[in-house]
Design a protein around this ligand. Structure first.
Ligand code: GAP
Length: 502
């Protein structure tokens, strides 16, 4: 992760927000290359799920909506995480990500150590030794097995256990509070009054904007069951522990579809179909199939309105984590809005000759998490020969041409030969009308290639003397294999079209 964060900063993909003021936890800005990568991911998603499907329509709803929407959806009362504060360090932890384990000295329990999910065994052991020191029993034997095997979620801790617990960053026992609910929605005020009646919320998901507009879209008459409404947009959550770079942030973007189906439809088969479609899409933008797994939520842990939820997990640098949630949400949301708004959410199904409130399947994906997955999959270190044939290390980003921020770089072989420069500039201007391409004339050609490899540009195009004196062909270099071949301009454009837009 550190290498990815470093590369992102160095090359202008992602910066901490408000950095000149020391940063702002949970917020990130996207620099010149980051915004291209981000836009390409969103465009590929929109193209594949809206433009290239006949059964999905697009929507762009507002971030701030009528507060009653969040009452109907259950977010005002229920959208919270259990949190634990440390009275000593003032740090705050999510209770469901905090664990504790017994410290047993010479066969007797001396207390507990608390640690964040994913902490390495060696680090837990170090904290246990700290507790042993605090107990004044430096010479006693610490039971390593119990420490590693008897780990329990902090939400299950008792008052007595908390009193004997050493917090993850504390220097003494009994500093952690009991888990308390912490609201995740950001509040704001709308209008001139600052009282409670003016309270509004920044949306924590784009989905409710879709449910709130479902009736409008049905009334346009463009859709018939089954159909989907897709939306890309910002969402905000006051996450207690934003961490792992852009994986969990407080301002992020979602790409969501609500796919409306008949109440008696075979939702299990449709759910499976959506999972396969989502996996195929992730592979199409460059994620290796083997790094995507499925986490099926057990039935007894499902939200009461959910029939099934499966998360597509990705192998991020900090472990296997949720990337894309695909949930069957029944008719819960539409029924809630029907009840709170007093407006019917029924649709007339022509083929079934029946009127009903549809059920919904919801594939919900984060833009930022997808970007982190794409970066993780693309980050590569290998060895290639330099201009002089000497093998050297290179760092490259193997982005799929579909999402790569820069699609191709155009190089005149020499910058002091006007005829090469003129021809390269002409090709650059031509390609620039369709794609984000880059022109570079400075330095040895090998170094120019290397600079593009590091930012993930898939193709290098060199204009040399054969181009202007012989057949007009250019050299096309592949970033990953470093192989070069000569192609005509027509062949080049057809190839780029297929690779980038195919
Ligand atoms: N409408 C359903 C919904 O919002 P979710 O599992 O809470 O479900 C869906 O979020 C997706 O949004 C997640 O799988 C993840 O990709 C992304 N996401 C959620 N919270 C996030 C956060 N704090 N930072 C970045 N991405 C987040």
């Amino acid at each position: 992760m550190e290498e990815i964060v470093g590369l992102c900063k160095r090359r202008g993909f992602i910066f901490p927000s408000s950095e000149i003021y020391g940063g702002y936890n949970g917020f990130y800005d996207y620099g010149p290359l980051g915004v291209e990568l981000r836009n390409n991911i969103k465009q590929a998603w929109w193209r594949d799920f809206v433009h290239r499907r006949d059964d999905v329509e697009g929507l762009d709803s507002t971030i701030i909506m009528h507060p009653d929407i969040w009452k109907a959806s259950g977010h005002v009362d229920g959208f919270s995480d259990p949190m634990v504060d440390c009275k000593e360090t003032k740090l705050r932890y999510r209770a469901d990500q905090l664990f504790f384990a017994p410290v047993v000295l010479d066969g007797e329990k001396a207390g507990y150590v608390a640690f964040i999910e994913g902490t390495e065994d060696a680090a837990i052991y170090k904290r246990a030794k700290k507790l042993r020191d605090l107990a004044g029993k430096k010479q006693s034997t610490l039971d390593e097995n119990q420490l590693i095997q008897d780990q329990t979620e902090f939400t299950e801790s008792t008052v007595e256990q908390r009193a004997q617990t050493l917090g993850p960053d504390a220097s003494k026992l009994d500093t952690l509070t009991e888990p308390r609910e912490f609201k995740l929605m950001f509040e704001t005020k709308v209008g001139p009054l600052a009282d409670d009646s003016a309270t509004a919320y920044l949306r924590p998901e784009t989905a409710q904007g879709i449910f709130a507009n479902y009736k409008n879209i049905v009334d346009t008459g463009r859709v018939k069951i089954p159909f989907g409404i897709a939306q890309i947009g910002k969402a905000f959550r006051n996450e207690i522990t934003p961490r792992n770079f852009i994986f969990r942030s407080r301002e992020f973007e979602q790409m969501e579809i609500e796919y409306f189906i008949a109440p008696d439809a075979d939702w299990r088969t449709l759910h499976r179909g959506w999972l396969d479609t989502c996996i195929n899409w992730l592979v199409s933008i460059g994620l290796p199939r083997e790094s995507i797994t499925e986490d099926v939520h057990p039935e007894d842990k499902l939200a009461f309105y959910s029939q099934a939820t499966t998360d597509l997990m990705f192998h991020f640098p900090h472990g296997e984590q949720e990337l894309w949630g695909v949930a069957c949400r029944s008719d819960y949301d539409l029924k809630q809005h029907q009840e709170h708004s007093g407006k019917s959410m029924e649709i007339f199904d022509e083929s079934a000759k029946a009127k009903y409130v549809p059920h919904v399947i919801e594939p919900s994906l984060g833009v930022d998490r997808t970007l982190l997955a794409v970066l993780t999959a693309a980050y590569t270190e290998d060895e290639v020969p330099n201009d002089k044939g000497k093998v050297e290390k290179r760092t490259l980003l193997k982005f799929s041409p579909k999402v790569a921020p820069v699609k191709a770089a155009i190089f005149p072989l020499l910058k002091n030969k006007p005829e090469l420069v003129e021809r390269a500039q002409a090709l650059y201007k031509k390609l620039q009308r369709r794609w984000n391409v880059f022109y570079d004339a400075s330095g040895a050609i090998g170094r120019r290639y290397r600079r593009q490899d590091e930012i993930g540009t898939p193709f290098g195009i060199t204009i040399d003397f054969d181009t202007i004196e012989k057949d007009g062909t250019v050299t096309l270099r592949d970033r990953d294999t470093c192989e070069q071949r000569r192609v005509t301009e027509d062949e080049l454009i057809a190839f780029l079209e297929e690779q980038i837009d195919g």
